[in-house]
Design a protein around this ligand. Structure first.
Ligand code: NDP
Length: 285
């Protein structure tokens, strides 16, 4: 039998991309399972995206992740999209099969998996989401497709919140409202899940937290943060102080990587190892 020296190629296209630790996490996972896969972190300028995507086909890539600023720009270059990616209008995962490029958005799926691992499910629930950017969009669409009953969107730029509301109403079965963000505002009392999907609290501004009335949170609520650096955000600490259960952004990140892993390899991801590798990269021990 002849030896196969050729690795299955995966990677990340972004600009900037140097500080993204995903490569370490994916390569650790490939090695743990003894897979002949590689994950290459690649700097691709916006004007070179089309050429880079053609290159993926030419070089028989198995798949890639996309990050800033390519997630929306890549959409017209693909052969097909998942339901969620089509609604979100952004793709962070491409899988190549027989030279066909399929786009998926694993951000929202990572969030869902992280919720479910903590025994939570959005089906039939009322959610309040702070933010209407890329992460909020992915979470709102995925939770609506997973059967959430109602979403309340609160965003600083109201128009962006209203655009996301219209999208949810038109493309999913979930009810949806968009509220203007009034500083110190109360969170609707019937919210079962509250998600900070803004970048407030992200390193180095670690003392910052969304300007809401934390007294409106309570033990019946689960508070989730998308910010993963640091994982223990001022938002989650304040929510825990009111008796709410909390879920940090590291789970979403690891689960998103796990979904990517499975899309490309067809195998279950070694999630604990991936989480440990990520914590180490962030200096969290
Ligand atoms: P975007 O730039 O697309 O959106 C940022 C959002 O935050 C917008 O809704 C913006 O409001 C809001 N925002 C920012 N600053 C403030 C402020 N001072 N007051 C009120 N609202 C504010 O970013 P992304 O959605 O891509 O990323 C958001 C966060 O999610 C980042 O911290 C990112 O690291 C994290 N993330 C985590 C993932 C994970 O796996 N855990 C995956 C993806 C992202 P406005 O519209 O008014 O500007």
């Amino acid at each position: 039998m002849s030896t196969n020296y050729r690795a299955a190629l995966t990677g990340l296209l972004g600009y900037p991309v140097d500080e993204n630790p995903t490569g370490r996490v994916m390569e650790a996972a490939y090695q743990a399972l003894g897979l002949s896969y590689r994950y290459i972190t690649m700097l691709v300028r916006p004007e070179d995206l089309q050429a880079a995507v053609l290159g993926l086909r030419a070089m028989n890539y198995r798949g890639v992740n996309l990050t800033i600023p390519h997630k929306v720009a890549v959409v017209p270059m693909l052969d097909s999209l998942s339901e969620a990616a089509a609604i979100i209008g952004a793709v962070n995962n491409i899988t190549l099969t027989d030279s066909r490029l399929h786009g998926e958005n694993t951000d929202g799926k990572g969030f869902l998996r992280s919720l479910r691992q903590q025994g939570q499910d959005p089906a039939g629930k009322r959610l309040t989401i702070l933010g209407a950017g890329g992460a909020a969009r992915a979470i709102a669409v995925e939770c609506a497709l997973a059967g959430a009953r109602h979403l309340t969107l609160i965003n600083r730029t109201q128009q962006r919140g209203e655009e996301l509301r219209d999208l949810i109403r038109q493309r999913t079965q979930a009810g949806c409202d968009a509220l203007p963000w009034v500083p110190g505002m109360a969170i609707p009392g019937d919210s079962q899940l509250l998600v900070n999907a803004t970048s407030i609290g992200l390193y180095p501004d670690t003392q910052a937290r969304p300007d809401i009335d934390y007294r409106s949170l309570g033990p019946g609520m689960v508070a989730c943060d998308v910010v993963f650096n640091p994982p223990d955000t001022a938002f989650l600490r304040a929510a825990a102080g009111q008796g709410a259960a909390t879920i940090n952004g590291l789970g979403m990140l690891v689960n998103q990587a796990a979904v990517n892993f499975t899309l490309w390899t067809g195998q279950e991801a070694p999630e604990q190892l991936m989480a440990d590798t990520l914590r180490k990269e962030f200096g969290l021990g």
